[in-house]
Write a protein that binds this ligand. Structure first.
Ligand SMILES: NC(=O)c1ccc[n+]([C@@H]2O[C@H](COP(=O)([O-])OP(=O)(O)OC[C@H]3O[C@@H](n4cnc5c(N)ncnc54)[C@H](OP(=O)(O)O)[C@@H]3O)[C@@H](O)[C@H]2O)c1
Length: 166
């Protein structure tokens, strides 16, 4: 089963600040939707709370160690393995890959299991408290890159880059 990490990363590795995205990038919102629609999407409890609702048209699977955590319209898993097992069944039925949508804690645990990274490199350095793990060039090779100038609602230029295992 293919596991894909989908993330937007600043030039200094930052992905979040104060449990929110540290930029406004409308184009990346649309890109995220296109990459994830119709798929099972796994995220950490903090990322889920920052979004505040299930992702439409996707199976939202939230990982939390809190047995009391529940939210309408999402599957809650007590371990990453349980989340992946639920996602695997859903992905098989749908004929898709499994998406890991963050945050920093979940990316760090899931990166060794991933076969693909779909990264939006945001061409900006930002302050933040959540970071993506280093993308080691011995492990990951760039499989595609499309550079974009900022569009309406984008506060920086960015590149959509796909990585596969080297
Ligand atoms: N730029 C991007 O692409 C992007 C994408 C996503 C998120 N973000 C940002 O990343 C930040 C959030 O990241 P984060 O690292 O603080 O939090 P997170 O990864 O979203 O969630 C962490 C929580 O997930 C649960 N968890 C983690 N590992 C687990 C495991 N093995 N088993 C069970 N539960 C587990 C725990 O929840 P409990 O405490 O409930 O046990 C933990 O506190 C925010 O700033 C957000 O905006 C950025």
């Amino acid at each position: 089963m293919l596991v894909t990490l989908v993330a937007a990363i600043a030039e200094n590795g930052v992905i979040g600040r104060g449990n929110a995205l540290p930029w406004r990038l409308k184009s990346d919102m649309a890109h995220f939707r296109a990459l994830t629609i119709g798929k099972p999407v796994i995220m950490g409890r903090k990322t889920y709370l920052s979004i505040g609702k299930p992702l439409g048209g996707r199976t939202t699977i939230v990982v939390s160690r809190d047995p009391a955590f529940a939210a309408p319209g999402v599957l809650v898993a007590g371990t990453l393995d349980t989340a992946l097992a639920a996602a695997r069944g859903d992905a098989l039925r749908r004929g898709t890959d499994i998406v890991i949508a963050g945050g920093a804690d979940i990316y760090a645990q899931a990166m060794p299991l991933a076969s693909r990274l779909e990264v939006t490199h945001v061409h900006k350095t930002v302050d933040g408290d959540a970071r993506f793990p280093a993308i080691e060039h011995a492990v990951w090779r760039e499989a595609g890159r499309v550079e974009h100038m900022p569009g309406a609602g984008d506060e920086a230029a960015f590149a959509f880059v796909a990585y596969e295992r080297a």
